[in-house]
Design a protein. Structure first.
Length: 347
Protein backbone atom coordinates (compact mmCIF):
# COMPACT_ATOMS: atom_id res chain seq x y z
CA UNK A 1 0.00 0.00 0.00
CA UNK A 2 1.23 3.47 -0.85
CA UNK A 3 1.63 5.83 2.11
CA UNK A 4 -0.76 8.42 0.64
CA UNK A 5 -3.47 5.74 0.23
CA UNK A 6 -3.07 4.57 3.82
CA UNK A 7 -3.26 8.15 5.11
CA UNK A 8 -6.37 8.81 3.03
CA UNK A 9 -8.07 5.75 4.53
CA UNK A 10 -7.10 6.76 8.07
CA UNK A 11 -8.38 10.32 7.59
CA UNK A 12 -11.68 8.86 6.42
CA UNK A 13 -11.87 6.86 9.65
CA UNK A 14 -11.22 3.49 8.01
CA UNK A 15 -8.48 2.24 10.32
CA UNK A 16 -7.02 -1.26 10.03
CA UNK A 17 -6.19 -3.33 13.13
CA UNK A 18 -2.52 -3.62 12.09
CA UNK A 19 -0.07 -1.66 9.93
CA UNK A 20 3.49 -2.55 9.00
CA UNK A 21 5.33 0.61 7.95
CA UNK A 22 8.78 0.11 6.46
CA UNK A 23 11.40 2.10 4.58
CA UNK A 24 14.35 4.44 4.98
CA UNK A 25 12.29 7.62 5.33
CA UNK A 26 12.10 8.01 9.10
CA UNK A 27 10.51 11.45 8.87
CA UNK A 28 7.41 10.35 6.96
CA UNK A 29 7.13 7.18 9.05
CA UNK A 30 7.10 9.39 12.14
CA UNK A 31 4.41 11.58 10.57
CA UNK A 32 2.35 8.47 9.80
CA UNK A 33 2.64 7.29 13.40
CA UNK A 34 1.63 10.75 14.72
CA UNK A 35 -1.35 10.97 12.36
CA UNK A 36 -2.58 7.55 13.47
CA UNK A 37 -2.22 8.59 17.12
CA UNK A 38 -4.11 11.84 16.46
CA UNK A 39 -6.97 9.93 14.84
CA UNK A 40 -7.24 7.34 17.60
CA UNK A 41 -6.51 9.38 20.72
CA UNK A 42 -7.27 12.81 22.14
CA UNK A 43 -4.21 14.68 23.51
CA UNK A 44 -5.11 13.84 27.11
CA UNK A 45 -5.48 10.15 26.22
CA UNK A 46 -1.93 9.69 24.91
CA UNK A 47 -0.33 8.69 28.20
CA UNK A 48 -2.73 5.79 28.76
CA UNK A 49 -3.57 5.07 25.15
CA UNK A 50 -0.10 4.60 23.64
CA UNK A 51 2.07 1.58 24.36
CA UNK A 52 5.56 1.13 22.89
CA UNK A 53 7.54 -2.07 22.37
CA UNK A 54 10.77 -3.13 20.68
CA UNK A 55 11.03 -6.65 19.27
CA UNK A 56 14.69 -6.77 20.27
CA UNK A 57 13.50 -6.66 23.89
CA UNK A 58 9.92 -7.99 23.87
CA UNK A 59 8.61 -11.25 22.44
CA UNK A 60 5.86 -11.07 19.83
CA UNK A 61 3.40 -13.05 21.98
CA UNK A 62 3.66 -10.39 24.72
CA UNK A 63 2.75 -7.72 22.16
CA UNK A 64 -0.25 -9.84 21.10
CA UNK A 65 -1.29 -10.21 24.74
CA UNK A 66 -1.18 -6.43 25.14
CA UNK A 67 -3.35 -6.01 22.05
CA UNK A 68 -5.90 -8.47 23.46
CA UNK A 69 -6.05 -6.60 26.78
CA UNK A 70 -8.78 -3.98 27.01
CA UNK A 71 -7.54 -0.38 27.16
CA UNK A 72 -7.48 1.37 30.52
CA UNK A 73 -9.72 4.49 30.77
CA UNK A 74 -9.51 5.15 27.01
CA UNK A 75 -11.73 3.78 24.19
CA UNK A 76 -8.83 2.53 22.01
CA UNK A 77 -5.10 2.15 22.22
CA UNK A 78 -2.22 2.34 19.77
CA UNK A 79 0.60 -0.17 20.14
CA UNK A 80 3.74 1.07 18.40
CA UNK A 81 6.30 -1.68 17.79
CA UNK A 82 9.85 -0.86 16.70
CA UNK A 83 10.84 -3.98 14.82
CA UNK A 84 14.17 -5.38 13.69
CA UNK A 85 13.52 -9.06 14.34
CA UNK A 86 10.09 -10.13 13.10
CA UNK A 87 9.42 -8.57 9.68
CA UNK A 88 12.76 -7.15 8.59
CA UNK A 89 14.65 -8.82 5.73
CA UNK A 90 17.96 -8.07 7.45
CA UNK A 91 16.83 -9.41 10.82
CA UNK A 92 19.33 -11.50 12.71
CA UNK A 93 18.44 -14.40 14.90
CA UNK A 94 18.28 -13.30 18.52
CA UNK A 95 19.21 -16.09 20.90
CA UNK A 96 17.57 -14.38 23.87
CA UNK A 97 14.10 -14.09 22.31
CA UNK A 98 11.94 -16.50 20.39
CA UNK A 99 9.12 -14.78 18.51
CA UNK A 100 6.14 -17.09 18.03
CA UNK A 101 4.66 -16.07 14.71
CA UNK A 102 1.69 -18.44 15.12
CA UNK A 103 0.41 -16.34 18.06
CA UNK A 104 0.23 -13.26 15.88
CA UNK A 105 -1.27 -15.18 12.93
CA UNK A 106 -4.00 -16.53 15.23
CA UNK A 107 -4.64 -13.02 16.59
CA UNK A 108 -5.15 -11.69 13.07
CA UNK A 109 -8.03 -14.11 12.52
CA UNK A 110 -10.03 -12.07 15.03
CA UNK A 111 -8.10 -8.89 15.96
CA UNK A 112 -9.20 -6.72 18.86
CA UNK A 113 -11.52 -3.84 17.99
CA UNK A 114 -9.97 -1.69 20.71
CA UNK A 115 -6.30 -2.00 19.68
CA UNK A 116 -4.26 -0.93 16.65
CA UNK A 117 -0.75 -2.35 16.20
CA UNK A 118 1.77 -0.33 14.20
CA UNK A 119 5.06 -2.02 13.28
CA UNK A 120 7.84 0.43 12.38
CA UNK A 121 10.61 -1.24 10.38
CA UNK A 122 13.48 1.03 9.35
CA UNK A 123 14.71 -1.11 6.48
CA UNK A 124 14.53 -1.00 2.69
CA UNK A 125 12.51 -4.21 2.44
CA UNK A 126 10.68 -6.84 4.45
CA UNK A 127 11.35 -10.57 4.40
CA UNK A 128 8.55 -11.81 2.15
CA UNK A 129 9.40 -15.43 2.94
CA UNK A 130 7.95 -15.03 6.43
CA UNK A 131 4.33 -16.05 7.05
CA UNK A 132 3.52 -12.82 8.90
CA UNK A 133 4.78 -10.67 6.01
CA UNK A 134 2.87 -12.75 3.45
CA UNK A 135 -0.35 -12.45 5.47
CA UNK A 136 0.05 -8.67 5.96
CA UNK A 137 0.80 -8.26 2.26
CA UNK A 138 -2.27 -10.30 1.26
CA UNK A 139 -4.43 -8.05 3.45
CA UNK A 140 -2.83 -4.86 2.08
CA UNK A 141 -1.55 -3.78 5.50
CA UNK A 142 2.06 -3.04 4.53
CA UNK A 143 2.85 0.65 4.00
CA UNK A 144 6.06 1.58 2.14
CA UNK A 145 8.07 4.71 2.93
CA UNK A 146 10.97 4.81 0.44
CA UNK A 147 13.23 7.86 0.47
CA UNK A 148 11.97 10.53 -1.91
CA UNK A 149 14.06 11.51 -4.91
CA UNK A 150 15.57 15.00 -5.00
CA UNK A 151 12.93 16.07 -7.51
CA UNK A 152 10.12 14.77 -5.26
CA UNK A 153 11.70 16.50 -2.25
CA UNK A 154 11.76 19.83 -4.09
CA UNK A 155 8.06 19.41 -4.95
CA UNK A 156 7.36 18.50 -1.31
CA UNK A 157 9.20 21.61 -0.08
CA UNK A 158 7.15 23.82 -2.44
CA UNK A 159 3.92 22.27 -1.09
CA UNK A 160 5.03 22.66 2.54
CA UNK A 161 5.60 26.37 1.93
CA UNK A 162 2.25 26.65 0.13
CA UNK A 163 0.51 25.08 3.14
CA UNK A 164 1.92 28.01 5.16
CA UNK A 165 0.60 30.53 2.58
CA UNK A 166 4.05 31.21 1.14
CA UNK A 167 5.42 30.67 -2.36
CA UNK A 168 8.72 28.80 -2.65
CA UNK A 169 10.05 29.08 -6.21
CA UNK A 170 11.03 25.82 -7.92
CA UNK A 171 14.63 26.99 -8.42
CA UNK A 172 14.83 27.97 -4.74
CA UNK A 173 13.46 24.56 -3.72
CA UNK A 174 16.04 22.78 -5.88
CA UNK A 175 18.89 24.79 -4.34
CA UNK A 176 17.54 24.02 -0.87
CA UNK A 177 17.54 20.27 -1.60
CA UNK A 178 21.00 20.50 -3.19
CA UNK A 179 22.33 22.13 -0.01
CA UNK A 180 20.56 20.02 2.59
CA UNK A 181 20.42 16.61 0.93
CA UNK A 182 17.58 14.14 1.36
CA UNK A 183 17.03 14.43 5.13
CA UNK A 184 13.39 15.51 5.39
CA UNK A 185 13.63 16.62 9.02
CA UNK A 186 16.34 19.17 8.23
CA UNK A 187 14.56 20.19 5.03
CA UNK A 188 11.27 20.76 6.87
CA UNK A 189 13.02 22.95 9.46
CA UNK A 190 14.70 25.07 6.77
CA UNK A 191 11.44 25.51 4.81
CA UNK A 192 9.69 26.62 8.01
CA UNK A 193 12.52 29.06 8.76
CA UNK A 194 12.31 30.55 5.27
CA UNK A 195 8.53 30.83 5.57
CA UNK A 196 8.91 32.70 8.84
CA UNK A 197 11.32 35.07 7.11
CA UNK A 198 9.03 35.63 4.10
CA UNK A 199 5.86 36.25 6.09
CA UNK A 200 2.33 35.32 5.02
CA UNK A 201 1.86 35.77 1.29
CA UNK A 202 5.62 36.15 0.79
CA UNK A 203 7.73 34.72 -2.01
CA UNK A 204 10.94 32.79 -1.32
CA UNK A 205 13.43 32.96 -4.17
CA UNK A 206 16.82 31.48 -4.91
CA UNK A 207 18.61 34.52 -3.44
CA UNK A 208 16.77 34.06 -0.13
CA UNK A 209 17.82 30.41 0.07
CA UNK A 210 21.38 31.31 -0.88
CA UNK A 211 21.55 34.01 1.79
CA UNK A 212 19.73 32.26 4.64
CA UNK A 213 21.04 28.69 4.40
CA UNK A 214 24.59 27.41 4.73
CA UNK A 215 26.42 26.53 1.53
CA UNK A 216 27.88 23.03 1.24
CA UNK A 217 31.59 22.46 0.70
CA UNK A 218 30.71 21.11 -2.77
CA UNK A 219 28.92 24.36 -3.58
CA UNK A 220 31.87 26.44 -2.39
CA UNK A 221 34.21 24.35 -4.56
CA UNK A 222 31.90 24.97 -7.52
CA UNK A 223 32.10 28.71 -6.83
CA UNK A 224 35.87 28.46 -6.58
CA UNK A 225 36.10 26.87 -10.04
CA UNK A 226 33.77 29.59 -11.33
CA UNK A 227 36.07 32.29 -9.94
CA UNK A 228 39.07 30.72 -11.69
CA UNK A 229 37.23 30.69 -15.04
CA UNK A 230 36.38 34.38 -14.54
CA UNK A 231 40.06 35.18 -13.78
CA UNK A 232 39.14 36.36 -10.26
CA UNK A 233 42.15 34.90 -8.48
CA UNK A 234 41.72 37.12 -5.44
CA UNK A 235 38.23 35.64 -5.02
CA UNK A 236 39.57 32.12 -5.65
CA UNK A 237 42.25 32.38 -2.97
CA UNK A 238 39.85 34.05 -0.52
CA UNK A 239 37.39 31.17 -0.92
CA UNK A 240 40.22 28.66 -0.49
CA UNK A 241 41.36 30.37 2.72
CA UNK A 242 37.76 30.33 3.98
CA UNK A 243 37.57 26.57 3.43
CA UNK A 244 40.83 26.11 5.33
CA UNK A 245 39.55 28.26 8.20
CA UNK A 246 36.54 25.93 8.36
CA UNK A 247 39.02 23.09 8.94
CA UNK A 248 38.41 21.48 5.55
CA UNK A 249 41.27 19.17 4.59
CA UNK A 250 43.17 20.17 1.41
CA UNK A 251 43.04 16.53 0.26
CA UNK A 252 39.23 16.55 0.55
CA UNK A 253 39.01 19.90 -1.24
CA UNK A 254 41.19 18.51 -4.03
CA UNK A 255 38.93 15.42 -4.28
CA UNK A 256 35.83 17.63 -4.56
CA UNK A 257 37.50 19.81 -7.23
CA UNK A 258 38.40 16.64 -9.15
CA UNK A 259 34.80 15.41 -8.86
CA UNK A 260 33.41 18.67 -10.24
CA UNK A 261 35.92 18.73 -13.10
CA UNK A 262 35.09 15.11 -13.90
CA UNK A 263 31.35 15.89 -13.96
CA UNK A 264 31.99 18.83 -16.28
CA UNK A 265 34.07 16.59 -18.56
CA UNK A 266 31.33 13.94 -18.62
CA UNK A 267 28.69 16.56 -19.40
CA UNK A 268 30.71 17.89 -22.32
CA UNK A 269 30.96 14.34 -23.70
CA UNK A 270 27.23 13.68 -23.22
CA UNK A 271 26.35 17.01 -24.82
CA UNK A 272 28.46 15.98 -27.80
CA UNK A 273 26.16 12.95 -28.14
CA UNK A 274 23.11 15.25 -27.86
CA UNK A 275 21.88 14.02 -24.47
CA UNK A 276 19.16 16.15 -22.89
CA UNK A 277 19.74 17.60 -19.37
CA UNK A 278 17.25 15.06 -17.98
CA UNK A 279 19.07 12.19 -19.66
CA UNK A 280 22.41 13.47 -18.39
CA UNK A 281 21.02 13.66 -14.86
CA UNK A 282 19.93 10.02 -15.08
CA UNK A 283 23.22 8.91 -16.60
CA UNK A 284 25.34 10.69 -13.98
CA UNK A 285 23.06 10.05 -11.00
CA UNK A 286 22.72 13.79 -10.32
CA UNK A 287 19.86 16.18 -9.73
CA UNK A 288 18.85 18.01 -12.96
CA UNK A 289 19.56 21.32 -11.21
CA UNK A 290 23.14 20.24 -10.46
CA UNK A 291 23.55 19.17 -14.10
CA UNK A 292 22.25 22.53 -15.29
CA UNK A 293 24.83 24.42 -13.18
CA UNK A 294 27.67 22.10 -14.16
CA UNK A 295 26.78 22.40 -17.84
CA UNK A 296 26.93 26.21 -17.65
CA UNK A 297 30.42 26.05 -16.14
CA UNK A 298 31.62 23.28 -18.47
CA UNK A 299 31.04 25.51 -21.49
CA UNK A 300 33.81 27.80 -20.23
CA UNK A 301 36.42 25.05 -20.38
CA UNK A 302 37.99 23.15 -23.24
CA UNK A 303 37.75 19.34 -22.99
CA UNK A 304 41.54 18.88 -23.28
CA UNK A 305 42.19 21.47 -20.56
CA UNK A 306 39.75 19.74 -18.18
CA UNK A 307 41.60 16.48 -18.80
CA UNK A 308 44.94 18.20 -18.14
CA UNK A 309 43.67 19.63 -14.83
CA UNK A 310 42.34 16.24 -13.74
CA UNK A 311 45.71 14.60 -14.47
CA UNK A 312 47.50 17.35 -12.52
CA UNK A 313 45.13 16.84 -9.58
CA UNK A 314 45.76 13.09 -9.57
CA UNK A 315 49.52 13.76 -9.40
CA UNK A 316 49.02 16.39 -6.68
CA UNK A 317 46.83 13.99 -4.67
CA UNK A 318 49.64 11.39 -4.73
CA UNK A 319 52.28 13.94 -3.68
CA UNK A 320 50.09 15.30 -0.86
CA UNK A 321 49.34 11.85 0.51
CA UNK A 322 53.01 10.79 0.39
CA UNK A 323 54.22 14.00 2.04
CA UNK A 324 56.19 15.16 -0.99
CA UNK A 325 54.46 18.54 -0.99
CA UNK A 326 52.87 20.75 1.65
CA UNK A 327 49.13 20.12 1.25
CA UNK A 328 47.88 23.69 1.65
CA UNK A 329 50.61 25.20 -0.51
CA UNK A 330 50.38 22.46 -3.16
CA UNK A 331 46.65 23.02 -3.71
CA UNK A 332 47.11 26.79 -3.75
CA UNK A 333 49.73 26.45 -6.49
CA UNK A 334 47.35 24.22 -8.44
CA UNK A 335 44.65 26.92 -8.35
CA UNK A 336 47.19 29.52 -9.48
CA UNK A 337 48.20 27.27 -12.41
CA UNK A 338 44.53 26.91 -13.38
CA UNK A 339 44.25 30.69 -13.25
CA UNK A 340 47.36 31.09 -15.40
CA UNK A 341 45.89 28.76 -18.02
CA UNK A 342 42.63 30.71 -17.96
CA UNK A 343 44.49 34.01 -18.39
CA UNK A 344 46.37 32.53 -21.35
CA UNK A 345 43.10 31.56 -22.95
CA UNK A 346 43.59 27.83 -22.31
CA UNK A 347 40.05 27.17 -21.07
Amino acid sequence: MQARDAMKEIRAGRIAPVYAAFGKDRYRMGQFSSMLADKLLAPDERELGMVRFDTSETALEEIVAEAETLPFFVPRKLIVVRDSAVLCAAAKENGKLEHKAEKFLAYMEQPSETSVILFLVQAEKLDERRKIVKMLKDRNLIVAFPELTESELATWAVKRALDQKRTLNQEAAELLVARLGTGMQALAQEVDKLCLFAGEGGVIGREDVSRLTAATVEEDVFGLIDAIAELRMDRTLAMYRELLLRKEEPIRIAALVARQLRIMLQIKELERHRYSPQQMAGQLGLHPYAVKLAAEKARRFDTAVLGKHLAALADLDYRMKTGRVDKELGLQLFFLSMGADAAAGKV
